[in-house]
Design a binder for this molecule. Structure first.
Ligand code: BG6
Length: 511
């Protein structure tokens, strides 16, 4: 095919990660210990880390470099997907130093600047990647201090910011944060993390859809009956999480970001090209077409919120949500939510997208299932059990056991005409012989490469909040709010969530 001069060159935007100094704000937190440092270590083990990369951990607690590294090592031993190798860790950890300061102490930023200048004079890369991973109440302070200390500009190299979630708690706060970010960094240098976009299978959704002729031709309301997205977690409020979670709830914690991102990838139109903006333009269009829920009645009809009560998960007895550590005993925060979402555009008119997510469900699993319409009811429907048998369902398993399977009906071998459900199954582990990289590995490399494709853009975040805010308003600001359902921990959610589908003549797929 001839090249189109109006089109961005897709391959040229996939540039190589460049060496830099990664400054992590919130360096003593769980995310740094469990995700960021192990991701860098895994990249080092695979030989994918740009040579000369340095890490500066910025946090309040008093620590020496050695103490800091020892704490990181302990967690890396526990979580690294590559296993922990003492020699490799010894080498890798030499690139990590600790910088002690309060987030709102200007002095700490000036001394950081001096430190970076010195490191650069001694040969470190002049590129600076600031990763804002502190508690969210410090995001503003950190960004503003980066600006006032002049850390956000460096004549000799680039300066970029990665901002962790939660990106605001509603539209107003997200807009404010976007403004603070924009005062310090240009949009092209801003990377809003949604780690679900870094998961291999989530990245594969676009390839599945747009690199295969088979699916895209059927990917519309003529052939698809409905779509389900489930994100289940057995975890509750371990490790003091209740403090954050009880202020957020399932809708803000997971739906505003991860689940709406997955929905956008499933529902978007083919992008004009594979540039970050080409793709994000199409994702935003989906979010703009979500049917708005207006008022309490609409919200009650289409959304179920619930909390777990005491129960048994993985053989262990657990307390109910309201009795969890740091959770208000009278809490009206949902630990579970199920939604029916309609997308008002040509492709999806009349096709419901059902989503559910919750804590203390029986097992860990995120999957998207695309349920195709029934074949015409003429030839095989008279056969025993054919009617109740699942038809064509395409399942995209985001995690665990990443893969894609297609459910079909087949003839059972033998003289009798009998149908049986069968599956074509693709598993990453079997096809590629290795486990997928962790989402943060890919995202860190992309930020070092200046590729924002897998990060949320300003308007994406704000459009998603607009949708969420209307639901939150119905729950928390109305006089007669929709009820809070309950279900025992370790079960698959409240009966009201089953009813949400039953009233449409459908059922949740079992994971
Ligand atoms: C985070 C949420 O963004 O994602 C957590 O704040 C949730 O509540 C986590 O547990 C789930 O991520 P993953 O990658 O384990 O599915």
């Amino acid at each position: 095919m001839e090249e189109n001069p109006f089109r961005e060159d897709d391959l040229s935007v996939r540039s190589r990660p460049e060496s830099c100094t990664l400054v992590i704000f919130g360096a003593t937190g769980d995310l740094t210990h469990r995700k960021l440092i192990p991701a860098l270590y895994n990249l080092a083990a695979d030989g994918d880390l740009p040579p000369g990369l340095k890490v500066v951990g910025f946090a309040r607690r008093e620590k020496t470099d050695e103490e800091y590294r020892a704490g990181l090592e302990e967690l890396n031993r526990e979580v690294s997907r590559q296993g922990h190798n003492d020699d490799l860790w010894g080498q890798f950890s030499q690139s990590i130093v600790y910088h002690e300061s309060n987030f709102n102490d200007a002095e700490g930023y000036y001394s950081l600047k001096e430190r970076l200048d010195e490191m650069e004079e001694a040969g470190a890369s002049p590129n600076r990647l600031f990763y804002v991973a502190s508690a969210p109440e410090f995001f503003d302070d950190i960004l503003l201090h980066l600006k006032s200390s002049g850390l956000n500009e460096n004549e000799k190299g680039w300066c970029r910011a990665v901002v962790e979630k939660p990106f605001g708690t509603d539209l107003k706060t997200a807009r404010h944060l976007n403004q603070v970010v924009a005062e310090t960094f240009e949009e092209k240098d801003t990377y809003r993390i949604d780690h679900y976009l870094g998961k291999e299978t989530a990245q594969n959704i676009m390839v599945l859809r747009f690199a295969n002729v088979l699916f895209e031709l059927l990917w519309n309301n003529r052939c698809i009956d409905h779509v389900q997205i489930t994100c289940a977690e057995p975890l509750g409020m371990e490790g003091g999480r209740g403090g954050y979670y009880d202020k957020a709830g399932a809708l803000r914690d997971m739906v505003q970001n991860h689940l709406l991102q997955l929905l956008s990838l499933i529902a978007m139109e083919p992008p004009a090209d594979l540039t970050a903006d080409g793709i994000r333009d199409e994702k935003v269009k989906v979010l703009k077409c979500l049917r708005r829920l207006q008022g309490v009645e609409d919200v009650s009809e289409n959304i179920v919120r619930a909390q777990y009560t005491s129960g048994t998960v993985n053989g262990k007895e657990v307390v109910g949500y309201r009795r969890e550590d740091r959770v208000n005993p009278g809490s009206m925060t949902e630990s579970y939510v199920a939604l029916k979402i309609m997308i008002d555009n040509w492709r999806w008119e009349g096709v419901p997208f059902y989503m559910r997510m919750g804590k203390r469900l029986p097992k860990k699993g995120t999957e998207i299932s695309v349920h195709f319409k029934e074949a015409p009811n003429v030839l095989f429907n008279a056969l025993d059990g054919a009617e109740a048998m699942p038809g064509n369902v395409l399942v995209i398993r985001i995690q665990p056991n990443e893969g894609i399977s297609l459910g079909m009906r087949s003839k059972r071998p033998g003289p009798a005409a009998m149908l049986q459900p069968v599956k074509m199954d693709f598993r990453y582990q079997t096809s590629f012989g290795k486990s997928s990289p962790e989402a943060y590995e890919r995202l860190l490399l992309d930020a070092m490469a200046g590729d924002a494709t897998l990060f949320a853009r300003k308007d994406e975040v704000e459009t998603a909040w607009k949708y969420i805010d209307e639901i939150e308003d119905a729950w928390h600001k109305s006089e007669d709010p929709p009820k809070m359902a309950e279900f025992p921990a370790g079960s698959w959610g409240p009966k009201e969530a089953d009813e949400l589908l039953e009233k449409d003549g459908r059922k949740w797929r079992r994971l």
